[in-house]
Design a protein around this ligand. Sequence first.
Ligand code: NAD
Length: 261
Amino acid sequence: MSISGKSAIITGSNSGIGLGIAEELARLGANVVLNSYTDNPEDHALADRLADEHKVQAHYVQADMADGDACRMLVNRGHELMGRVDILVNNAGIQFVAPIDEFPADKWNRIIAINMNSAYHATAAVLPIMRSQGWGRVVNIASAHGLTASPYKSAYVAAKHGVVGMTKVVALETAQEPITCNAICPGYVLTPLVEAQIPDTMKQYDMDRETVIRDVLLERQPSKQFATVEQIGGTVAFLCSSAADQITGTTISVDGGWTAL
Ligand code: NAD
């Protein structure tokens, strides 16, 4: 099954990994819906650029993935715009770091809402559409933190483990249909989110940039290299190819060996 002509919705895709996935799917000929909670001219310009460069349909739909109704609206709007939804990539995510006894409840709730609950709402909305079409791929962007833990990341680790668990359930519920559901578990990827942490970490540890990257950020990534947004995009494309028709309910780590340790 070719990706060309398919239609994909990627949540949280005006930057970083989500944008990388949208770029790769558009490059392979898929129509794409980009999303974030903002509604800036630059957001729409990203969709226009993808449409121009790859000669596909590309739309930007503003929807706050912290709000369950908005997640469902995004799927339904994508369906209206493209006429079908073959691929859903649940990617939107945020991070906040604090010891659990100091973790602010509003930050906890927001991380669980955006990083986990949004995948539930969007998947629940998209499955009837995929069933009526007779084909579908749900790809959840979890994390190495969906399989392992780090201190101070309780909400993030809980949400990502939750996403991995939900992935298995959705796979079982769709096992006899031409629909699959899998999670990708990236290690560190050098996105704007991670790049923004480097200057403060350099100050905190009195280290140069290279040492911070090798000894702090990539401490648990044995390859000592970041994964790239292109690699995550390529992994999504693989999961949407016919080679992956019997891959469902599993996780694919793209983490330079992190979870082999
Ligand atoms: P990023 O900050 O560059 O991208 C996050 C995206 O989510 C952005 O497009 C942002 O606008 C969007 N977003 C945030 N809040 C939203 C909301 N309320 N509604 C809609 N969209 C919202 O970060 P990233 O590194 O590209 O992260 C993308 C995903 O990959 C996240 O789920 C993250 O947990 C996961 N991940 C990232 C890494 C990494 O090292 N960068 C590693 C493992 C997993």
